[in-house]
Design a binder for this molecule. Structure first.
Ligand code: KIV
Length: 264
């Protein structure tokens, strides 16, 4: 008899259907098997194995030192322990140029989708053509920190906002199946979420996105660095980590998070 627990993984179609019927999509970053199992148990729809692990796990100042080998290792840890949550893995800095890296995240890591930063339409289209689902990432791009100088709100000026809207459409046209919008004004994210047919997941992008993602260690208040203004300490009113994750899940599903205090 096979006594392995049954996996019923969410698919891109399930997530698209959630957008279609207006159900908010919940997502947290995850980097290891224990948190993966807990996040999955609570019912969080997606886990992002973010290259933020460079900062919260490895103690680096930026995400730039993270390698594809690091990402494969952590993605594998996360996918082994989950039963339902959809798993996205970040392509780290300078790893986009060969499809072999995206393939490693899927074949060795078990990711269902890869995420890459910026308006890289040709790369998105190239990966999608080979059966690799891609999530775009616009707004604040942490891998560009050495050009940006500081982590700050993007799309505040009308010309910048127009560019982000145009890039979002072009990513969708290139075949991206999802889009993360980081640290942009809530009104801009609302407009993009309404215009695109693919799910738009916000972080510091207001309540009107199709879903929300937070860095796990920020919302559990165990970060090394100061918690960003758009995040929230869900441990404040929770007796356990599981309760804090559940409070986040409920707050996003009911569109109670992010509030104005956590938006721009
Ligand atoms: O690496 C990460 O955790 C991310 C989120 C901030 C969206 O890309």
């Amino acid at each position: 008899m096979n006594d392995k627990p049954i996996k019923t993984l969410l698919t891109v179609n399930d997530l698209a259907a959630m957008k279609e019927c207006g159900e908010k999509i919940t997502c947290l970053t995850a980097y290891d098997a224990s948190f993966s199992a807990l996040i999955d148990k609570v019912g969080i729809d997606m886990m992002l194995v973010g290259d933020s692990l460079g900062m919260v796990i490895q103690g680096c100042d930026t995400t730039l030192p993270v390698t594809i080998a690091d990402m494969v290792y952590h993605t594998r840890c996360v996918t082994k322990a989950r039963r339902r949550s959809f798993v996205i893995a970040d392509l780290p800095f300078m790893s986009y140029s060969t499809p072999a890296n995206a393939a490693k995240l899927m074949q060795r890591g078990g990711a269902q989708m890869v995420k890459l930063e910026g308006p890289r339409f040709e790369i998105v289209s190239f990966l999608v053509d080979q059966g690799i689902p891609v999530c775009g990432h616009l707004g604040l791009l942490p891998q560009m920190i050495n050009q940006l100088g500081t982590y700050k709100l993007q799309g505040k000026e009308p010309a910048e906002a127009k560019q982000i809207i145009a890039d979002a459409h072009l990513l969708q046209q290139a075949g991206a199946g999802m889009l993360v919008l980081e640290c942009v004004p809530a009104e801009l994210a609302k407009e993009i979420s309404a215009q695109l047919s693919i799910p738009v997941i916000g972080i510091g992008a207001g309540v009107d996105c199709d879903g929300q993602v937070l860095v796990l260690y920020d919302m559990l208040d165990v970060g090394i660095d100061k918690r960003p203004r758009f995040s929230k300490n869900f441990m404040l009113q929770a007796a356990t980590i599981e309760a804090a994750i559940d409070a986040y899940h409920q707050a996003v599903k009911k569109a109670l998070f992010p509030s104005l205090e956590h938006s721009f």
